[in-house]
Design a protein around this ligand. Structure first.
Ligand code: NAD
Length: 295
């Protein structure tokens, strides 16, 4: 068996085309969705991610603005900026680019963002909503993108065995919850899991987000499984790879995402998706339920 490649780049492009149309329709009603990005310090990876977000906003017609602060800015100053943006009617979505310097408390900053503008889905309110399956929250963008890829590719989730490798707050845990709400049977593995392969071999859908190149090899994968590789790792030779031995595992899986070009492009796209949704909710120009994951 050679796996079908799930082309995240192509699917992300199609979603962006749909979003463009939505943004046009909103413009006709006098609304332009707006996203604010707060960046502290000079982290080179953050620069790349923030650039990608601004470019995606421009492509779709979403207003975006960047608020940069030096590394030694006080927490108070950042909180003041968040308060201003919470009150700004042009801004419907707001994110604080992570990581933050150590003297700024991440939890305090994230809790200051109005939950209605928290398009990264990191505020405790949105996290709690995700736990109970509330459909008015903003799901975090990376796992939301994975769910979208699965649904877009017509991969059934209900009743399937899902194994998520990685238990972080931004990827693994919310991923497990989202697929649990889709009525999958979910196991979440992490660095202390003993004999990882004994779990992964049972997976109909295997989502890997550990940040360890070559972690998943073919003998850990069930024939016909769907394999979603969230990992992004830069090898010493400069090559970008995921956590899955792509060439080996693609001979066994039914579907697989590549790195790059799999989950990555969906993450930014879902941020724009959440921002457009936030604008609709705040201006009463859309239905107030969660965005629909139509394929
Ligand atoms: P993290 O470091 O916060 O968490 C990693 C998780 O993996 C932890 O729960 C840890 O216990 C687990 N883990 C580590 N080594 C393991 C092992 N050997 N076996 C089993 N579990 C193990 O990372 P994160 O922020 O969740 O990101 C994970 C990966 O996904 C990274 O490579 C990151 O770059 C990537 N990522 C990609 C996107 C995207 O858009 N494609 C977005 C976010 C993160």
């Amino acid at each position: 068996m050679t796996a079908k490649i799930i082309d995240g780049k192509d699917i992300a492009q199609q979603v962006r085309e749909d979003l463009k149309k939505e943004v046009k329709a909103l413009a006709a009603r006098g609304v332009q969705p707006g996203l604010a990005v707060i960046v502290v310090g000079d982290n080179p990876a953050s620069k790349v991610y923030v650039g990608q977000k601004a470019k995606a906003c421009a492509e779709v017609g979403v207003h975006s603005e960047e608020h940069r602060f030096p590394e030694d800015v006080s927490e108070e100053t950042v909180l003041q900026k968040i308060a201003q943006l919470n009150a700004n009617p042009r801004i419907h979505g707001m994110i604080v680019q992570l990581p933050l310097p150590e003297h700024i408390r991440i939890a305090t900053v994230l809790e200051a963002i109005a939950p209605t503008k928290d398009v990264d889905g990191f505020h405790m309110y949105n996290v709690g909503g995700l736990v109970i399956g509330d459909n008015k929250i903003f799901p975090p963008c990376t796992p939301y993108g994975v769910q979208f890829l699965l649904e877009y590719s017509d991969i059934p989730i209900e009743g399937r065995n899902v194994v998520v490798v990685g238990a972080s707050n931004i990827v693994g845990k919310p991923m497990g919850l989202m697929l649990l709400h889709k009525e999958a049977t979910v196991s979440i593995c992490h660095v202390k899991t003993r004999d990882l392969g004994q779990f992964t071999i049972l997976a109909d859908i295997l989502v890997v987000a550990a940040g360890k190149p070559g972690l998943i090899v073919p003998q850990m994968v069930k024939t016909g499984a769907v394999v979603i590789d969230v990992g992004i790792n830069r090898l010493p030779n400069g090559k970008l790879v995921g956590d899955v031995d792509f060439e080996g595992v693609r001979q066994k899986a039914s579907h697989i995402t590549p790195v790059p070009g799999g989950v990555g492009p969906m993450t930014v796209t879902m941020l724009i998706y959440n921002t457009v949704e936030a604008a609709k909710r705040q201006t009463g120009t859309g239905d107030k339920s969660a965005p629909k994951l139509a394929g």
